[in-house]
Design a binder for this molecule. Sequence first.
Ligand code: FUB
Length: 307
Amino acid sequence: WKTMAQDNISASSNGGKITSNNPIIKDKYTGDPAALVYKDKVYLYAGHDEAPNDFNFYKMNEWLVYSSSDMVNWQEHPVPLKVTDFTWAKSDAWAAQVIERNGKFYWYVTVEHGTTKGKSIGVAVSDSPTGPFKDALGKALITNDMTTQTNIDWDDIDPSVIIDDDGQAYLFWGNTVCHYAKLKANMTELDGPIQTITLPNFTEAPWIHKHNNWYYLSYAYQFPEKIAYAMSKSINGPWEYKGILNELAGNSNTNHQAIIDFKGKSYFIYHNGSIQPNGGSFRRSVCVDRLYYNKDGSMKRVIMTTE
Ligand code: FUB
């Protein structure tokens, strides 16, 4: 069913200027967007921010999915995945990303583990981009004890996944330290060691994407978060730091980006805290703005339509 129609990301008559109707989801608080282009649609996945107005931390029990064929009209689908779908998890439907392989959809999620202390990454699978999704493993794919570079127990968060042109899949994730590892073709097992990437002021939220033979690793930079990025000709680096891609997102201390190409245009999807009077860092809202590349492959700083 349709929940909304709006004209952000539409070209107006005054010279193609982008007009905005951000945030794109107005009837719920949504954070940590990830987007999947599949066939002729975009599927937008987001965590559902459910923190009461007087509660100043994340309260997130489920993820949501929306689809669009024009980036303007978004259809909400039934809730496709909840923390309770992972029997080994306790709470915290934090950042996640979906990818398709051979007609199956794999959803990498952050959750709080029920027995191993700290955040873990799980994977759910479905035959449809809108679900329903089921836990693929019955246990975590990444647990807090697999990475020892920090003494925090929320360092294994924010998975981002890519399948390279040669069919090799990679999972990137991390808080404070950026990790990555190969995935086997079954998409549910690591295929080799966990490696780290050194990036200036890396906080969290890596997003890996490829565009015209360049690899891009964007991430949340400092805290409160801006989004910065690095570029490489190889997915294994070396990564060249390229600077700030997006400035602070209004009144949210996180910013959490996804980047896609769809029907010949590029988009930067992120969250801010723009629904007033109660929006903010724990009651966030997904927004979409256009992204532009320079001739040398670098990305222009995003102009948020709230700026
Ligand atoms: O939504 C919870 C956490 O906030 C995410 O995992 C981070 O990326 C930040 O957006």
